[in-house]
Design a protein around this ligand. Structure first.
Ligand SMILES: [Zn+2]
Length: 411
């Protein structure tokens, strides 16, 4: 998904990517441990490690305790080996971060979008803000790999376009990747926000996010990212994980897709707000300080989540019933995919993490067909609220350094 060439410290091959991934996931590790971890011979491991050291992507970081023989040198990833910019695009604002190879956020900024209906204006504003932010961090430009964009879907992954995203009114087919590449002069990678978040979680989560998991991303809507056996699933068109269109609510509200049984219209911030008005009335909304306008949607959602967290019965009621619906859909997805972990994250989850985790946990573990085999762990993102933007930056790091079939086919 990355385009354009660079003079950056690339790993330059599949074996290098495999070894770097093993060091990042299991590190600090010795050369001796790397052979069984990667399935490579000790001679190949030595050669690859030498190249990774020379590229500045790993460092020797002390010694393992001696077990009688020669002490083994430990290898760790070098945080300053490479950097990437991440942009999480939402209709009201963009969150921009600069991260290092370890996924540490060096700087971040939230930029209000003055005219979200105009893609050219959005790109110009965000690219300029990203350049200022990068300059402030004083990272070595030669080690800045590019910019990752996490955007609400749907996307055309091959072309790098977003295609009439329902949350950006007035956008038709927009060549977002190309526009950002032109505006930044750097390689750009793009994915839908939920998949980007899952990639970030996999990239940064180390052992805690090795294997398989379903990531539920809470933004303007709800989406899912899928990691199976350490591989991120994109699907044929790049739109795998359209969680909001899981059919769990027959005969209900009409979804943006035209169906009347999707979970999305019930669990998105606007859907939950509609629930509050339906079940508890306008007086309750006023009491909670919700303005109920299009412009106030972001602030209203935050206020509703705060109220639910402090135990306001009306707020908790509507959040809990949304969480239960999400749980039902997650149960189906977890059973279908055979994942042993469901991870929750995203900005819109702030304040309601406990309620969401409780309800999703209850749903996936009470009736899951897999419960006799193993319990499905329900956890919060290891990255936290910035998972969308950090995930976006990870698109670049993961795309450059994670072992993938593309490296084999290009080798
Ligand atoms: Zn739908």
């Amino acid at each position: 998904m990355t385009q354009g060439g660079t003079n950056l410290p690339r790993v330059g091959g599949y074996n290098q990517a495999v070894v770097l991934d093993a060091i990042r996931t299991a590190g600090p590790v010795s050369r001796v441990e790397l052979a069984p971890l990667t399935g490579l011979t000790s001679q190949t491991v030595s050669n690859v490690v030498r190249r990774l050291l020379a590229a500045g992507l790993i460092s020797e970081s002390g010694h393992a305790p001696s077990s009688g023989g020669k002490r083994r040198t430990l290898l760790s990833p070098r945080a300053d080996g490479a950097f990437a910019v991440g942009v999480q695009l939402d209709p009201d604002a963009a969150v921009i971060v600069v991260v290092d190879l370890a996924g540490e956020v060096l700087a971040s900024r939230r930029v209000k979008l003055a005219d979200p209906a105009d893609p050219a204006e959005v790109v110009k504003r965000v690219a300029a803000a990203a350049q200022r932010l990068t300059a402030r961090t004083a990272v070595d430009p030669a080690r800045l790999l590019g910019t990752g964009i996490a955007t609400p879907g749907p996307i055309d992954a091959t072309a790098g376009d977003v295609v009439s995203p329902p949350n950006f009114s007035g956008w038709g087919r927009v060549p977002l990747r190309e526009m950002f590449a032109a505006a930044t002069g750097m390689p750009v990678a793009m994915d839908n926000d939920a998949t980007a978040a899952a990639i970030g979680e996999r990239w940064i989560g180390g052992r805690a996010r090795a294997g398989s998991f379903l990531f539920l991303y809470f933004g303007t809507g709800i989406g899912a990212g899928i990691v199976l056996n350490n591989t991120v699933l994109h699907g044929d068109s790049g739109n795998a994980g359209e969680f909001g269109h899981m059919a769990v609510q027959p005969g209900g509200r009409t979804c943006q897709c035209g169906s009347t049984d999707c979970v999305g219209p019930y669990v998105s911030p606007s859907g939950v707000m509609a629930d509050l008005l339906e079940r508890h009335g306008a007086a309750t909304a006023r009491r909670l300080g919700l303005a109920g306008t299009q412009e106030s949607a972001h602030a209203d959602w935050k206020a509703l989540c705060r109220a639910a967290r402090r135990g306001d019965p009306a707020a908790e009621d509507v959040i809990r019933s949304a969480a239960a619906r999400i749980g039902r859909a997650a149960r189906g997805a977890a059973a279908l995919l055979d994942v042993d972990r469901v991870v929750l994250g995203g900005e819109a989850l702030h304040g309601i993490e406990s309620i969401m985790c409780e309800e999703v946990d209850a749903a996936v573990n009470t009736t899951s067909v897999a419960r006799s085999i193993r319990r499905v762990a329900v956890e919060r993102s290891v990255i936290g609220e910035a998972v969308g933007a950090v995930g976006a930056a990870s698109l670049i790091l993961h795309g450059t350094y994670a072992p993938g079939w593309r490296m084999l086919t290009q080798a």
